[in-house]
Write a new protein. Structure first.
Length: 106
């Protein structure tokens, strides 16, 4: 499985997207903190975090006895640049061309 596939797989699940939103709101959360926001077992949250870590969307660091989880936005940006940006470019160019054509008429 390549990096894009891992990111898409990770983002496909609403629980994992919610975890990313929580980390976006406040980075450096423990498993206990994240678990408290979900109606799910600790084991279930840990499994979702593992998928996010495998996709490199979340980076975990030990701080003493705690394991802190941090959002890594780089893979999402790479997906944006590779898969989203190129498809929107035509539309933006078309709108700019239309704007210029309409301004030339006046």
């Amino acid at each position: 499985m390549n990096d894009d596939d891992r990111v898409f797989k990770a983002l496909a699940d609403p629980t994992r997207r919610f975890l990313l939103d929580l980390l976006f709101a406040r980075d450096g959360r423990t498993l206990t903190e994240l678990e408290s926001e979900l109606e799910m077992t600790r084991f279930g949250v840990a499994k979702h975090l593992k998928v996010l870590e495998e996709a490199e969307l979340v980076v975990a660091r030990r701080s003493g006895r705690e394991k802190l989880h941090f959002l890594n936005p780089v893979p999402i940006r790479l997906i944006h640049d590779r898969w989203i940006d190129k498809y929107t470019e035509r539309h933006v160019t078309a709108l700019v061309d239309l704007k210029n054509a309409l301004e030339d008429e006046t």
